[in-house]
Design a protein around this ligand. Structure first.
Ligand SMILES: [Zn+2]
Length: 95
């Protein structure tokens, strides 16, 4: 746990991807992530590990950090819409 907090300091105690604050006391809400996945040749050195929220790590899966960020960017720019517009168009709130 203290080792994880050390890694978390790299992103100011926030998720390295969405930048939401991490609650280190809730061990189900965060995970350690390999910036370059082991399956893609990444190492398990601390320099390749970041703390992320559970959701971001689930979505990123075996993408590299760069691929993940570029994918998020592509979704937003290709639609030429704001996040709010995308949500309204494709995921209207129930009810
Ligand atoms: Zn996150």
């Amino acid at each position: 746990m203290s080792w994880c907090v050390e890694v978390g300091k790299k992103s100011n105690g926030r998720c390295a991807y969405c930048w939401e604050p991490i609650d280190f006391t809730d061990q189900k809400s965060w995970e350690l992530d390999h910036v370059i996945p082991v399956s893609r040749g990444g190492s398990s050195e601390a320099s390749n590990i970041v703390v992320t929220c559970f959701r971001c790590n689930r979505v990123k899966r075996d993408l590299t950090y760069h691929e993940f960020v570029l994918l998020c960017h592509k979704i937003a720019t290709n639609h030429k819409a704001t996040v709010e517009q995308l949500l309204r168009t494709y995921m209207p709130e129930p009810g």
